[in-house]
Design a protein around this ligand. Structure first.
Ligand SMILES: NC(=O)c1ccc[n+]([C@@H]2O[C@H](COP(=O)([O-])OP(=O)(O)OC[C@H]3O[C@@H](n4cnc5c(N)ncnc54)[C@H](O)[C@@H]3O)[C@@H](O)[C@H]2O)c1
Length: 249
């Protein structure tokens, strides 16, 4: 395996978007450090990735700073071994989408959403920052909900709105060494949106210009672009991947 290979860290890598990103980055020549709350699902999915692309898998609750530091420690260990030049790409894809009307949101529900969706993104980037290579890229997975708000998903939408602002702040703090951007998916065909009421989902799809759900691969392709030198002059930005849903919801 060439030492010159690029290295990417992906959180929430056992998610459908996370694993699609892992697959695309592996095909683009990255070696991967993959983390998720659900390590057994992650290990099962990682076994299907291209041979030799996975450097490590790790159980990582993004809401825990201690877990973020443990992930950074793994990267530090790899740095003295296979990972010689540091981390070239960090993708924060872990997320929690809960369908809760406002009266169902207590302090616990509110904090859980903030902890996973917002704190988790910050803790991950902060802990991995010392290992980022020159010219590296962070890509945070936000959501159309972070721009438009979302009925029955108030904590999620607020946290994702925070991810957008966090992205712009980090883009300034980590420059010029690291570019920081976000991708805001709309309705992507993964298990995450299965909780959405089917009639509501069908109505949203019918109203959007491209009239279909997006795929995890379509989100992953944009992440790979933002990580690549082709996006070398882009930082602090958000790319929407939503079939025009943003225009018509
Ligand atoms: N699917 C969509 O339509 C959609 C739309 C907009 C944004 N997104 C965002 O895309 C990202 C990926 O979502 P997905 O569709 O692949 O969903 P998914 O449910 O398949 O994946 C989410 C992953 O996050 C992991 N996770 C949950 N809590 C965690 C925690 N505390 N620590 C670490 N990992 C944790 C889960 O185990 C899971 O593997 C999320 O950030 C989500 O908010 C998805």
């Amino acid at each position: 395996m060439p030492n010159a290979a690029l290295t990417a860290v992906i959180t929430g890598a056992a998610g459908e978007i996370g694993i699609a990103i892992a697959e695309r980055l592996a095909n683009a020549g990255y070696r991967l450090v993959l983390s998720d709350l659900d390590l057994s699902r992650l290990d099962t999915l990682a076994a299907d990735l291209p041979a030799h692309s996975v450097l490590a898998t790790q159980r990582h609750d993004v809401a825990s700073m201690a877990d973020a530091e443990a992930l950074a420690k793994t990267c530090a260990t790899l740095r003295t071994g296979t990972l010689r030049t540091g981390i070239d790409c960090v993708v924060c894809s872990a997320g929690l989408y809960e369908d809760l009307a406002i009266e169902e949101v207590g302090p616990e529900e509110w904090r859980r959403s903030m902890a996973v969706n917002l704190d988790g993104t910050f803790y991950t980037v902060q802990a991995l920052r010392p290992y980022l290579s020159e010219g590296s890229a962070v890509v945070n997975i936000a959501s159309v909900a972070g721009h438009r708000g979302s009925v029955s998903h108030t904590p999620y939408a607020a946290a994702k709105g925070g991810v957008l602002t966090l992205t712009r702040s980090l883009a300034q703090e980590l420059a010029p060494k690291t570019r920081v951007n976000a991708v805001s998916p709309g309705l992507i065909d993964t298990r995450m949106i299965q909780a959405l009421d089917a009639d509501k989902r069908n109505a949203m799809v019918a109203a959007m210009p491209l009239q279909r759900l997006g795929t995890a691969a379509e989100v992953a392709d944009v992440v790979v672009f933002l990580a690549s030198p082709a996006a070398g002059y882009i930082t602090g930005e958000t790319i929407h991947v939503n079939g025009g849903h943003y225009l018509h919801s």
